[in-house]
Design a protein around this ligand. Structure first.
Ligand SMILES: *[C@@H]1O[C@H](CO)[C@@H](O)[C@H](O)[C@H]1NC(C)=O
Ligand SMILES: *[C@@H]1O[C@H](CO)[C@@H](O)[C@H](O)[C@H]1NC(C)=O
Length: 496
């Protein structure tokens, strides 16, 4: 074990001091990546685009979303390369964008305004979805099966814009509690810049959380084939209830949420370990979030969460007795062949955030892995390795962030990016007429700047193939945690 850990360290030291800098990327590069990763969200916008829209190849879309149900559900984000507005991943995306700003907004400089705008594009929509009808949350617009049968620009879409909701009769505690988390986290983002909006977000978060908690059930059971297999809640709703309560507690300081966490924590997964943080499973994120209370304020009731956050960290660190992650030969965390980079960006975010929390009490907080300890520096080094890999420091020598560096994916699985812009070709391109663009070998005409795609396979191989959605499709929840990580590294003093 000692041999395998020392060898790469020696190699790295040699590489850093005699041949090359440890990383080819400077803080300007990370800042450029930050700028682009936020810009990406403009390409995912649904609704009426504002005059300051910077990705100008996009046009207005979904302008009558909700109207056949007599509610206004215009706005929000398309999740990925299609034209459906899925509530669960949209809310998770928003929570992670907000968390990025809460922790690392101080490093975002002139990008802070753009990050806030990216959050507001979603929270404006989530507020409508949560307040249009009493005791109801609208959780989706668009029939995913019909949508996926077409290759159409969002501006052209003519598939059914069905509206789906959860309520006391058809519960969806997972999507509702994630929406509560998103609204509560965002309330912290707007606390100083727009206090009225911030209050509205927090009050709505509490209302939606109440709906989630009082009428318990998974939205997968209420909505079935409309959300499954697309964004089926495989992990159930316990994780979101604890996550939602934790965010409301952090945003409000209201002790009834503290009491809720203490009395329900054990039932809702406080004692579980789970090692993939995603739009589905919030357990690892909740442990890190709640450990802040212990690390910064020494609040004993949060010690349990620090212990489980440590377990999560240890699972990622080769050389510890509880190491259990998989890495590619090139060093990329590998969780699964479909959209793997979502796990990489969310993990990198938890690494830098936990590193920040560990360092916060000034007396050298570390993660405990059995007999060994892991310093905050080791956490950020692993996060940096992952980010640098995404930006092009990898065996395939390609950046997985579109528009960054000399080589990046040109055939991403994204309807709007791959079809001619509505401004170039205003005539309608029908459902089936679009498929020639999906199967074409030409590069996408519209560059979706900042999109991070699904990424390479377990052997570091990547095919820049539009029909390989597992590798070439971007998604809002891949980018959202990356925004915080890129901000963190853009502000870090170079050490080499
Ligand atoms: C704290 O939260 C509870 C539950 O939502 C609410 O009833 C109560 O009014 C809140 N207290 C304050 C001071 O806002
Ligand atoms: C994937 O990568 C491995 C080694 O990195 C190589 O041997 C193999 O041929 C690659 N496979 C494909 C399908 O490109």
């Amino acid at each position: 074990m000692a041999f395998t850990t020392i060898l790469p360290i020696l190699f790295l030291i040699t590489l850093c001091s005699f041949r090359l800098p440890c990383s080819a990327f400077t803080s300007q590069h990370y800042f450029d990546a930050l700028d682009k990763s936020i810009l990406f969200f403009e390409g995912q916008r649904s609704g009426k685009l504002p005059s300051n829209q910077r990705l100008t190849w996009r046009g207005d879309s979904g302008l009558s979303d909700g109207s056949s149900y007599h509610v206004n559900l215009v706005g929000g984000y398309y999740d990925a390369g299609d034209n459906v507005k899925f509530g669960l991943p949209m809310a998770f995306t928003t929570t992670l964008l907000a968390w990025s700003v809460i922790e690392f907004g101080g490093s975002m400089q002139n990008q802070l305004e753009n990050a806030r705008a990216a959050i507001r594009w979603s929270t404006d929509y989530l507020l409508k979805a949560a307040t249009a009808t009493p005791d109801t949350l609208y959780v989706q617009v668009g029939d995913p099966n019909m949508d996926h049968h077409c290759w159409e620009r969002p501006e052209d879409m003519d598939t059914p814009r069905n509206v789906y909701k959860i309520s006391s009769q058809n519960p969806g505690s997972d999507v509702a509690a994630e929406t509560a988390a998103a609204l509560a986290a965002s309330s912290l983002v707007f606390k100083d810049s727009d206090p009225t909006y911030s209050t509205q977000l927090l009050q709505t978060a509490m209302k939606v959380f109440d709906l989630a908690d009082r009428y318990r059930g998974s939205y997968s059971d209420s909505l079935n084939s409309v959300v499954c297999p697309f964004y089926c809640s495989y992990s159930g709703y316990h994780d979101e209830l604890l996550w939602g309560a934790s965010w409301i507690h952090r945003a409000s300081g209201n002790n009834s949420y503290m009491a809720y966490i203490q009395s329900n924590g054990h039932i809702l997964g406080a004692d579980d370990d789970d090692y993939s943080f995603s739009w589905d499973d919030k357990r690892a994120g909740t442990k890190v979030l709640l450990s802040k209370g212990f690390l910064e304020k020494n609040a004993e009731e949060f010690q349990l969460y620090k212990a489980h956050a440590d377990n999560y960290i240890c699972s990622l660190m080769s050389g510890t007795s509880t190491f259990q992650a998989q890495y590619t030969p090139g060093g990329l965390l590998f969780k699964g062949s479909e959209s793997n980079l979502q796990y990489v960006t969310s993990t990198a975010f938890l690494l830098v955030t936990y590193s920040k929390y560990l360092s916060s009490n000034g007396n050298g907080g570390v993660a405990s892995c059995g007999a060994s300890t892991i310093t905050p520096q080791k956490l950020t080094a692993l996060a940096k390795k992952q980010v640098d890999y995404i930006l092009g420091d990898n065996p395939s020598k390609i950046s997985y962030l579109v528009g960054f560096g000399g080589r990046y994916p040109k055939h991403i699985h994204h309807r709007g990016s791959s079809l001619p812009s509505i401004h170039e070709q205003p005539q309608h391109i029908a459902c089936n007429k679009g498929f020639q663009y999906l199967y074409s070998g030409s590069p996408n005409p519209n560059v979706l700047v900042g999109a991070i795609v699904g990424g390479p396979d377990s052997r570091d191989n990547f095919s820049d193939d539009r029909n390989n959605y597992q590798q070439s499709e971007p998604a809002t929840y891949i980018n959202a945690p990356f925004v915080g990580v890129a901000a963190y590294f853009s502000a870090e003093t170079p050490t080499n």
